[in-house]
Design a protein around this ligand. Structure first.
Ligand SMILES: [Mn+2]
Length: 369
């Protein structure tokens, strides 16, 4: 039995239960939403009530549609597939939808071949969406979920749009997979967490915590990783699949990006603007930009970094990162985006040049330079 079991089992007082929430929920949101609201894991364990409500909804539904966000990452796909395997264990039919195919480094996940862009069946009675707070993030899959009578949302982003009838949301949690780990660890869970579920959840934890290096990593998430490894998910296997599995174009794009890097604020701000011609020249795709921003953030003097690229429909997409206390989610919200304190995203109108000046200005202000 790991410390996770002994310290964190729902029926017991937990070491991790005594911590106050780091990010209190916005005032008033409780009143606006559906059946049950919750905060979980880091903020407000135990989680039994939320699990029982989820189980009740799932059991009374014959067929469930699972969804996650477009341009999916390890937490998105890992969480969606973990829910799918869990429903299999309950004998509940389900399908998994995503606007995009899973990136190459996530194809090792058990069940990754289940992902579809549109449902194969009709008549689903319940939707479960994970790792998003705005239905726009479902991309082309959005209408299938909007048509469902009941929607469950499980997420760790700062709530703003708050869709869903049952919302299981904890902004203090490092990953949606961390929330699911706590849900599935409930004593009331009739499904054993097997290697398939454990690998999917471990992948979400590993990717959203940057291999347990980001400040969102807590003692609780490390206990969770130990608990998942005991159920068959090898941390080293997941890390190899995720990090030693890059396309050649991704590494070549990184090399070019570093050549293009600019700095300001006495080296505290670093950024890269990736022109569309570079993607054409290298045969690189949007998914190959993953990780570039963290590379430039790794410079000792740099406190904030961003990468811009041309998105669809004439828009510009940006990834913002910071170290320590600098809150890039606030910067992103002010100019058209959102996310977490140290990792956020923006979508801007106009040319790359215009977007660059907007983000440089906003980031410089946040840095006070
Ligand atoms: Mn996530």
């Amino acid at each position: 039995m790991s410390d996770y079991d002994s310290n964190c089992a729902w029926e017991k007082d937990r070491v991790c239960a005594s911590r106050a929430p780091k990010h209190p929920l916005p005032q008033g949101w409780q009143a606006q939403t559906g059946i049950l609201i919750s905060v979980t894991t880091e903020s407000n364990p135990p989680f039994t009530e939320q699990f029982q409500e989820l189980l009740r909804l799932v059991k009374q539904s014959g067929d469930v549609l699972i969804g996650t966000h477009l341009n999916p990452d390890g937490d998105a796909i890992g969480s969606a597939l973990a829910v799918s395997h869990w429903l299999d264990g309950l004998g509940v039919r389900n399908e998994v939808l995503c606007h995009n195919e899973p990136p190459g480094y996530l194809r090792f996940l058990p069940g990754s071949d289940r992902l579809r862009r549109e449902p194969e069946r009709s008549g689903h009675q319940l939707g479960i969406v994970v790792d998003l707070d705005s239905l726009d993030r479902l991309g082309s899959c959005r209408p299938y979920f909007e048509a469902l009578p009941t929607l469950v949302l499980i997420d760790h982003h700062q709530p703003h749009e708050m869709p869903g009838d049952l919302r299981i949301v904890d902004p203090a949690s490092p990953a949606t997979a961390a929330i699911l780990t706590d849900l599935f660890a409930c004593k009331q869970n009739p499904v054993a967490v097997d290697i398939k579920i454990a690998e999917c959840l471990m992948t979400g934890l590993v990717t959203d915590t940057g291999s347990f290096r980001f400040p969102n990593t807590t003692a609780h998430s490390l206990h969770q990783a130990a608990w998942l490894q005991e159920r068959g998910a090898q941390l080293s296997k997941v890390a190899d699949e995720v990090y030693l599995n890059r396309d050649e174009q991704a590494v070549r794009l990184l090399g070019e990006a570093i050549h293009l890097m600019k700095t300001a604020c006495a080296g505290r701000l670093a950024w890269v603007v990736l022109p569309p011609s570079l993607f054409e020249q290298l045969g690189a795709l949007e998914e190959h930009t993953e990780g570039i921003v963290n590379e430039i953030l790794s410079i000792r003097t740099v406190s904030a970094a961003f990468v811009l690229r041309a998105g669809k429909f004439g828009k510009v997409k940006g990834s913002l990162r910071s170290k320590g206390d600098l809150d890039v989610a606030k910067v992103a919200q002010a100019i058209g985006g959102g996310g977490h304190k140290n990792a956020a995203g923006v979508t801007l109108e106009g040319s790359l040049e215009v977007a660059e000046s907007v983000v440089v200005k906003a980031m410089s202000e946040a840095l006070g330079c």
